[in-house]
Design a protein around this ligand. Structure first.
Ligand code: B16
Ligand code: MG
Length: 226
């Protein structure tokens, strides 16, 4: 006899899934590129989603054909972060993306753990800003990881923190690199955004509006226990 393994944890990316800080990253990185004398497109920006701060800077400098030494890179990364935080400091709970709060409540009602898995070193600042500090049973962010998405480390640490096996957990991600990280780690992957970008995911939704935990769990190809 075989029974379906039920989902016991949901892991959420932060930027682009819970709040729209992806937009602020783009504005701040573009400002930096412009100061260095070049520009990049929103399409290029997709490649930065889920990538660490220094990893993003390296990519942008490559696109602009600009070479900086380590000290200069740290200097510019700090400036970019200051510009980014200026925007973050204006955030309020109203910046939580539509449908997120009811969905988080629904997940918890199904006795399912709720975990945050973000590449950002600013994750706790953002959570404080939008009053979601106590919403997650575990927060794994860029301050504790050593490898960036598409490495699955952030989600593996998150699942371990709540004692759930990846095969019983869903990762919600807005970045192609985040979906890749989830799949590499053996998680179910739900993309939040456009299927052209997130097509590798088990399921892609435009947002959380009107979504229920049960509906999403049912639409995943759950593996069986033998
Ligand atoms: P920070 P996520 C990621 O957050 C962003 O998608 C990515 O654009 C950013 O470079 C990275 O965090 C690092 O952010 O500069 O705040 O440490 O999507 O994994 O929640
Ligand atoms: Mg993201």
């Amino acid at each position: 006899m075989s029974t379906k393994k039920r989902i016991r944890a949901c892991l959420f990316d932060l930027d682009g899934v819970i709040v729209d800080t992806a937009r602020f990253h783009f504005i701040a990185w573009r400002r930096l590129a412009n100061e260095l004398g070049f520009d990049f497109t929103e399409e290029d920006n997709e490649k930065l989603k889920g990538v660490s701060r220094m990893g993003s800077l390296d990519l942008i400098l490559l696109w602009g054909g600009v070479a900086l030494n380590q000290k200069e890179k740290e200097h510019w990364a700090a400036i970019k972060n200051e510009w980014y935080l200026e925007m973050v400091r204006n955030m309020t709970p109203a910046d939580i993306l539509d449908g997120v709060l009811p969905f988080l409540a629904d997940v918890k009602e199904h006795d399912c753990k709720v975990v945050l898995g973000s590449s950002s070193k600013n994750a706790r600042t953002i959570l404080r800003q939008v009053d979601l500090e106590d919403a997650f049973e575990a927060v794994i962010d860029g301050t504790v990881t050593t490898r960036t998405k598409p490495d699955p480390q952030v989600f593996e640490m998150g699942a371990e923190a709540v004692g759930v096996d990846p095969v019983q957990a869903i990762v919600f991600e807005d970045a192609a690199k985040g979906i890749e990280a989830a799949l590499r780690g053996g998680f179910y992957a739900v993309g939040i955004g456009q299927s052209e970008v997130l097509g590798e995911a088990h399921l892609v939704l435009p947002n959380f509006i009107g979504r229920t935990f049960t509906e999403i769990e049912r639409s995943l190809p759950l593996r069986s226990l033998t």
